[in-house]
Design a protein around this ligand. Structure first.
Ligand code: NAD
Length: 490
């Protein structure tokens, strides 16, 4: 089954279970954030649909897990080719579903989703396991790694296809079968990808897609006794619920969560580069990337100069119709999210902080069809108290706060002064300071003099409330497999 339409010609998505598209009797409206109109109807799946998908994944497991990594890789590479051939359609759909610009989807989301399949298809061929080289009590020891079984994969709405494939690719490369649940707000590209699975050569049941909300479909998946492993990317609050829900089953969990990421700019930094990249790191994808900068700390001697240049550059970061290639930002994902993000600006104002640009200025001039969309200008706030919720909570929108610091210790203390620990950036030309500060920052990723440069081989994930475990080449291989030590007496 492919695209169908209801009486108002909305897309109606269907679950993909056991190699077939299966209609669902209940649906949720999903909106085009740039117009505020319903874009598609997403299945509102529950325990029955999840049960069917888990059953299909269980049945597919013996054959898929018995194939060689190279055979599995061939199928994955074919899927990557098919997705690449549909890059433009996928990018248009991602933009319409999520609100991001078509340009961002075309240059970031979809190419990286394709890369995820190519990378794991090949990287899985290069891992080795351990072996004792010395005779130990007349025995030789070695380890093997086996797929775990049916993997439950749950992803968020900000980088829909990219983050979903970051989980599906390593899971199937290592021989697991999967039941995936994308965000109910952004399900279309996952559904489009399902249409390519058969042609790529995936046997029925290896990849199953169940659409629906977290409390219904997500909860049923996490609570299913035959799903021994859950990889989740989303908010810290949801991760806490997932942890509780899966505890009775002792499931393997990987949790990639929220952030409140600092950028630390020392007085010896290349200011042009620091300003340009920090505007990008603060506002890319409407600030809806878990790695976006949310707090900027600037050494006091350059604070006025930085602020002047940063605000000028933020004003140049254009917001408007996602299809217009001149725009840097499109719309935020939903009306509720827009209101939440705006409420932080209101709170900052009420606490006496200064809003230097963005929210509260003249309304954006938008094309007629976008006037009900969820748009917000890049907003820069100075002088927020470190203890304020504006500085402590994840905002996840185009809002960044700037404050001065005095010396390395103060910078590190401020950078670490939140419950999150996902990513940080450090700007300085002093190589010794780069190493000292990076070592002391409580963050899973520290970028120095750059941002968002990713080597997929290296661990990705957060400390503190930003996550549990890491994903990436070897880390994903370890997470999606069980290790066994074998001892042979001779
Ligand atoms: P969310 O936690 O609301 O939802 C994420 C997913 O979990 C969705 O598919 C949702 O339906 C599902 N879900 C919700 N409740 C559930 C439940 N009780 N049981 C099972 N599943 C449930 O997050 P969101 O609003 O979609 O995404 C934004 C958050 O994701 C931000 O906090 C952001 O920082 C985080 N994020 C983290 C990373 C990372 O790699 N660390 C990457 C992207 C986004």
């Amino acid at each position: 089954m492919s695209k169908t339409a209801d009486h108002r010609t909305h897309l109606v998505l269907e679950n993909y279970i056991g190699g077939k598209f299966v209609p669902c009797s209940r649906h949720i409206d999903s909106y085009d954030p740039s117009t505020g109109e319903v874009y598609c109807k997403v299945p509102d799946s529950g325990t029955d649909e999840v049960e069917a998908a888990v059953q299909a994944a269980r049945e597919a497991f013996p054959d898929w897990s018995a194939r060689s990594p190279a055979e599995r890789g061939q199928v994955m590479k074919k899927l990557a080719d098919l997705m690449e051939a549909q890059l433009e359609e996928l990018a248009q759909a991602e933009s319409r579903d999520q609100g991001k610009t078509v340009m961002f989807a075309r240059t970031v989301d979809v190419p990286r989703a394709v890369d995820n399949f190519r990378f794991f298809a090949s990287s899985v061929l290069h891992h080795t396991t351990d072996c004792t080289t010395m005779d130990h009590l007349g025995c030789v020891n070695y380890t093997i790694r086996s797929p775990v079984g049916v993997a439950g994969l749950i992803s968020p709405w900000n980088l829909p296809l990219y983050l979903l494939t970051w989980k599906i690719a390593p899971a199937v490369a290592t021989g697991n079968t999967v039941v995936a649940k994308p965000s109910e707000m952004t399900s279309v590209t996952a559904w489009m990808m399902c249409k390519l699975l058969e042609e790529a050569g995936f046997p029925p049941g290896v990849v199953n897609m169940v659409f629906g909300t977290g409390p219904r479909a997500g909860d049923a998946l996490v609570g299913h006794p035959d799903v021994p492993l859950v990889s989740f990317t989303g908010s810290t609050a949801t991760a806490q619920r997932i942890t509780e829900r899966s505890a009775p089953f002792c499931k393997k969990l990987s949790l990639e969560l929220g952030g409140k990421n600092p950028a630390i700019v020392f007085s010896d930094a290349d200011l042009d580069q620091a300003v340009t990249t920090t505007v990008r790191s603060s506002f890319s994808n409407q600030g809806e990337i878990c790695l976006c900068t949310s707090r900027i700390y600037v050494e006091r001697s350059i604070y006025p100069e930085f602020l002047k240049r940063f605000v000028a550059a933020a004003r140049e970061w254009k917001t408007g119709a996602p299809s217009d290639p001149d725009n840097n930002n499109g719309a935020l994902v939903s009306r509720e999210h827009l209101e939440k993000v705006r409420s932080f600006v209101t709170l900052a104002r009420s606490e006496g902080a200064t809003v230097l640009c963005g929210e509260g200025e003249d309304p954006l001039v938008l094309p007629q069809r976008n006037t009900s969309g969820y748009f917000m200008r890049p907003t820069v706030i100075a002088g927020v108290a470190e203890s304020s919720r504006v500085m402590q909570d994840e905002i996840f929108g185009p809002v960044v706060c700037v404050n001065p610091f005095d010396g390395e210790d103060d910078a590190v203390a401020k950078g670490n002064g939140v419950r999150y620990g996902l990513a940080a950036t450090v700007w300085t030309r002093d190589v010794g300071r780069v190493h000292r500060v990076a070592r002391r920052l409580e963050a899973g990723l520290v970028w120095t003099n750059c941002w968002l440069v990713r080597d997929l081989n290296l661990p990705f994930g957060g400390m503190k409330n930003s996550g549990v475990g890491r994903e990436g080449g070897r880390d994903s291989y370890h997470f999606f497999t069980e290790v066994k030590t074998i001892t042979v007496k001779h």
